[in-house]
Design a protein around this ligand. Structure first.
Ligand code: CAA
Length: 307
């Protein structure tokens, strides 16, 4: 099957990144959002990223040429002739199922549906449509324009032809695809999530400060970011949601959210996106570790929300 036109659902961090790499690879892309303001925000991010990549000489064309293949829309009908639709909306199974169900009757019958979910069962999402054999997972990593991996997820119902088309699409957008099956968290989050949660537990137990734990894993293991910098980068709310889905699937303690993570999410400390997480990002160039607020553990805002 030949993919020419790609639809992307959601123009947030992941959706805009997926749209950008698809347009860069030469596909015509339409991004669907519920309101124009979300498209404007996402497209501003894409322009910034394309400018950076141009500065580094890693873009083969001008940003304008890439941008010309990218359209934004708030009308579902504009996705009707897409060959591949990749969903990257909020990490919530009900929301995702609603949009798939609505699009199933609009997008042409032989189009492939894909989800960028990091933990929700692809099979569960697939059942919201009448095209189970044409449904896969395409899980990209943040920041999408820089991270080389895409996990290509098959369900027991995915047809061989569809799976190989999705795998090939991963290569065509400049990523290294890996094959995996529909088990919550796939490969990366199966290993990454327990590690991040263990870092929070280690902190709760007083093993080290936020900065020392981050430095230890950066310098001791050669990781590009320490676990708390990475948690703030991915989003504590997103991680918290993932832990729920994975705990529900496996019922193992290693996937359960530590109390501190829950309280930070209740308090709205989501990380970079909300301006505060394990670090405060008032000055994004100089994040300040929040040890003093978190050591007491029940930060005032959190306590108020829990009560
Ligand atoms: N587009 C283009 N350029 C970008 C960019 C983007 N979206 N984001 C950053 N850059 C640029 C920066 O501006 C910077 O440019 P200069 O060299 O000109 O300064 C360059 O890339 C390198 O960035 P930084 O200097 O800020 O930092 P870095 O060298 O550490 O690289 C990084 C950044 C690639 C993000 C690196 O820190 C890294 O690999 N971090 C780990 C990220 C990771 O683990 N992601 C996966 C998260 S898990 C996930 O996504 C899945 C899930 O399901 C939760």
């Amino acid at each position: 099957m030949n993919i020419r036109k790609v639809g992307v659902l959601g123009c947030g961090l992941m959706g805009s990144g997926i749209a950008q790499v698809s347009a860069t690879a030469g596909f015509d892309v339409t991004v669907l959002e519920v309101e124009q303001k979300f498209l404007d925000k996402g497209f501003a991010g894409i322009e910034k990223s394309l400018a950076k990549l141009t500065e580094k000489g890693s873009l083969k064309e001008t940003p304008q040429a890439v941008r010309a293949r990218l359209k934004g829309s708030t009308r579902r009908e504009d996705l009707a002739d897409c060959d591949l639709v990749i969903e990257a909306v909020i990490e919530n199974a009900e929301e995702k199922r609603k949009i798939y169900s609505a699009l199933d009757g609009i997008v042409k019958k032989d189009a492939i549906f894909a989800s960028n979910t990091s933990s929700i069962s692809i099979t569960e999402l697939m059942t919201a449509t009448k095209r189970p054999e044409r449904f896969v997972g395409l899980h990209f990593f943040n920041p999408v324009p820089l991270m080389k991996l895409v996990e290509v997820v098959r369900t027991i119902a995915t047809s061989e032809d569809v799976y190989e088309t999705a795998y090939d699409f991963g290569k065509r957008v400049g990523k290294v695809p890996v094959r995996t099956s529909d088990k919550s968290g796939f490969i990366v989050n199966r290993l990454l999530v327990p590690y991040l949660l263990d870092a929070v537990r280690a902190y709760e137990e007083g093993v080290g400060s936020i900065e020392d734990i981050d430095q230890a894993m950066k310098l001791g293991c050669g990781y590009p970011m320490g676990p708390f910098t990475l948690l703030d980068f991915v989003g504590l709310d997103t991680t918290y949601y993932i832990t729920h889905v994975m705990f529900e699937e496996f019922k193992e303690r290693r996937f359960a959210s530590p109390p501190l993570l829950k309280r930070m999410v209740l308090a709205g400390w989501y990380g970079r996106k909300s301006g505060k997480g394990f670090y405060d990002y008032k000055d994004p160039q100089k994040p300040v570790a929040q040890d003093s607020a978190l050591r007491g553990f029940a930060a005032e805002e959190a306590a108020a929300k829990i009560a």
